[in-house]
Write a protein that binds this ligand. Structure first.
Ligand code: SF4
Length: 481
């Protein structure tokens, strides 16, 4: 059979069809179509099957990318799916929302050689969507049931990945979440145009079908203390994510119509899910007809600016204190936002929000990037006397997230935290200061990508399995558990 890979010299890089910016601005549908089978095979066939695949090295879950590309190029899609799902619980979600330009695709050897990366994310989505259509995606049914129970706090990507892995091993898994839906930020934070909600909902159904028990609208600290969950379960995993918005300390931050990013995104997502959302209906958290200024340069800021465009804002500006090359958000997302009409105001820092009761403008100053700090990033310095005003009757603060005060929230002062407020844990065992209590995802590593949360959830599942088995063995040998 003729070789189906190594085609990058003659076949150019193609992304799936992208809807026009004009159409995208009018709805919240995903912006990329899917590859058809021929295109997927052709694009996967561009891979050079590297001996040292840097795509895989730079993937947080170490997806076996060259293998599933080769299998796709050869039309062996069921096998491609098996390989893909072996390292990742939600490949179709990562295919859609991972910043591939900073991970696998950014490090693809043929990208570095100037041929244009293999479109790994799009092929990953294609494989898994095909698997769903063909009925290859099955609930994680264990070979045998175990009596041991694990309680997981948080139904976001880390908690759900751990839940699936533990259920597969036979544990009785209980997931607690304070929200009314499963998915955490994947359902309430990330907008539909990047990740349509049915994608998350069908994963949730799969976990129900696998026998995972969900306890929604359940707040640890209100409905049970952490101590009570420890007594109830053989191990507990804390995977709450980080939700406390970082604030900007400038005059006028308390004015009406200055909002934290998450309030804005959750409202928009709830509206899309068909919920009754009074703060959207009365116009408070609806950008329609407004001049919107978003402060920040990460992926959350990108989600906000692009949501505001779709809600019919009069203008949308994104103020970021560094330049394009030094922003934390995905360059692909910036390009998409620009196409949709967002204006980026680089090297700008807010100095004050102006207005009487409600905000009417942002006073910003120009920024000069100075010498690099200990992390190697250039330090932003305000240029004196460079202040200027930007009209804005809605301001969204997207400056990142910090952990909530979990020891207080969970009524458990013995749970130790770091100086950043993340839960302190042993990085080898992932166990916190409390015996049998583990931590995974953003609450342990700080705000990060969904794919890192999946990795942490999978790792935590392994550690919990080892812990429970060791305890059972110890008890069986007559040792104190
Ligand atoms: Fe293929 Fe690029 Fe990965 Fe190399 S780095 S194996 S060319 S996808």
């Amino acid at each position: 059979m003729a070789r189906k890979t190594l085609k990058f010299v003659n076949v150019g890089k193609r992304m799936p069809e992208k809807r026009s910016a004009e159409m995208r601005r009018r709805d919240f549908d995903e912006i990329y179509a899917r590859f058809d089978p021929d295109k997927a095979s052709e694009q996967a066939g561009r891979c050079s099957q590297c001996g040292v695949p840097f795509c895989q090295v730079h993937c947080p879950v170490h997806n076996n990318i060259p293998d599933w590309l080769m299998l796709t190029a050869e039309g062996r899609l069921e096998e491609a799916y098996e390989v893909s799902q072996a390292t990742n619980n939600f490949p179709e979600i990562c295919g859609r929302i991972c910043p591939q330009d900073r991970l696998c695709e950014g490090n693809c050897v043929i990208e570095q050689a100037g041929h244009g990366t293999v479109t790994i994310g799009a092929v990953e989505s294609y494989i898994t969507e095909t698997a769903w259509e063909q009925g290859w995606v099955k609930p994680a049914k264990p070979r045998r049931e175990l009596e041991a129970e694990v309680g997981i706090i948080g139904a976001g990507p880390a908690g759900l990945a751990a839940a699936e892995q533990l259920r597969r091993k036979g544990y009785q898994v209980h997931v607690y979440d304070r929200y009314d839906r499963i998915g955490g930020l994947m359902i309430y934070g990330i907008p539909n145009f990047k990740l349509e909600k049915y994608v998350v909902e069908r994963r949730a159904r799969l976990l129900y079908d696998a026998g995972v028990h969900f306890h929604l609208n359940f707040e640890v600290g209100r409905d049970a203390t952490l101590e009570e969950l420890r007594e109830k379960h053989d191990a507990v995993l804390i995977a709450t994510g980080v939700y406390k918005a970082r604030d900007v300390k400038v005059p006028g931050v308390g004015l009406r119509n200055v909002f934290p990013a998450l309030d804005y995104l959750v409202t928009s997502n709830r509206k899309g899910l068909g919920d009754d959302v009074p703060r959207f209906e009365d116009g408070t958290l609806n950008a329609e007809g407004k001049h919107v200024a978003v402060i920040g340069g990460g992926d959350t800021a990108m989600d906000c600016v692009r949501t505001a465009v779709r809600q019919g804002a009069k203008s949308v500006k994104c103020l970021y204190r560094r330049n394009r090359q030094n922003m934390p958000g995905s360059q692909r997302e910036v390009a998409n936002a620009e196409e949709e009409g967002v204006e980026f105001v680089w090297l700008s820092a807010p100095q004050a929000f102006l207005g009487d009761e409600a905000v009417s403008a942002v006073r910003a100053a120009r920024v000069h990037l100075g010498v690099p700090d200990a992390t190697g990033r250039q330090t932003p310095q305000i240029v004196k006397g460079s202040d200027y005003e930007i009209e804005a009757d809605m301001v969204i603060k997207a400056l990142g997230f910090d952990p909530e005060d979990l020891p207080t929230l969970f009524d458990c002062p013995a749970l130790e935290t770091t100086r950043w407020g993340t839960v302190k844990m042993d990085f080898r065992t992932m166990m916190t200061s409390l015996d049998g209590v583990f931590a995974a995802g953003d609450i342990a590593r700080g705000a990060s990508l969904v794919v890192w949360a999946i990795r942490d959830g999978r790792d935590a599942a392994e550690q919990i399995d080892g812990y429970i088995k060791a305890k059972a063995q110890g008890a069986g040998a007559g040792e104190a558990p």
